[in-house]
Design a protein around this ligand. Sequence first.
Ligand code: B4P
Length: 194
Amino acid sequence: MIMHNIVLFGPPGAGKGTQSQKLIAKYHLVHLSTGDLLRAQIAEGTELGLKAKKLMDEGLLVPDEVVIGMIGNALQKNKQAAGFIFDGFPRTVAQAESLDRLLAEHGTNVACMIALEVGEEELVKRLLERGKTSGRPDDQDESKARRRVAVYNSETAPVAGHYARQGKFHSLNGIGEIESIFAQISDLIDRHKP
Ligand code: B4P
């Protein structure tokens, strides 16, 4: 039975992927990163991957129905999981509404959303730094990094209100030592155990 579901939230480069790796080792939850799932489709050269690549390389969001479909499949495949860390999803209010509905179909819900707050200059710096080694086209130039932040501000930021209205929104400063941020996230997760 899927029980303990955490949404890790924040702008591109805020540290969601970095913290997710540490959290799955500690809590044995299944990590669902829509960015990673999409990049796997690109690597396999699927039709979905080809369409997604064009949008991702430009720093734009992939259509809701594509990512919602991927998450629905992943939930179906992991019915025995203790819970999930959702990383980079939901990124629109429509995705959040779909996530709530999909989890309800499995008799569960989001326990809490944890947002990592980082300002635009630091985000751009981190993304360009990662771009030196990641090979990710969306990390390669400043104008794309800034477009991703702008897309976050217009399309993704309202998702915080969706979970705030459910009393599930928590926000942390995402600037600081990775271990210290991890300790603060762990504390929030422990306080929201079902
Ligand atoms: P994602 O793969 O989700 O990636 P992200 O936003 O770049 O990164 P994240 O916040 O995880 O950063 P990380 O920890 O690595 O999205 C990529 C694209 O996929 C999107 O633009 C979109 O096109 C598409 N997509 C994905 N999901 C979608 C959805 N649901 N709907 C529609 N489209 C979707 O950190 C970045 C860097 O910072 C790293 O190099 C790290 O080392 C560094 N860092 C982390 N924490 C730090 C700290 N505390 N101090 C200093 N540096 C730190």
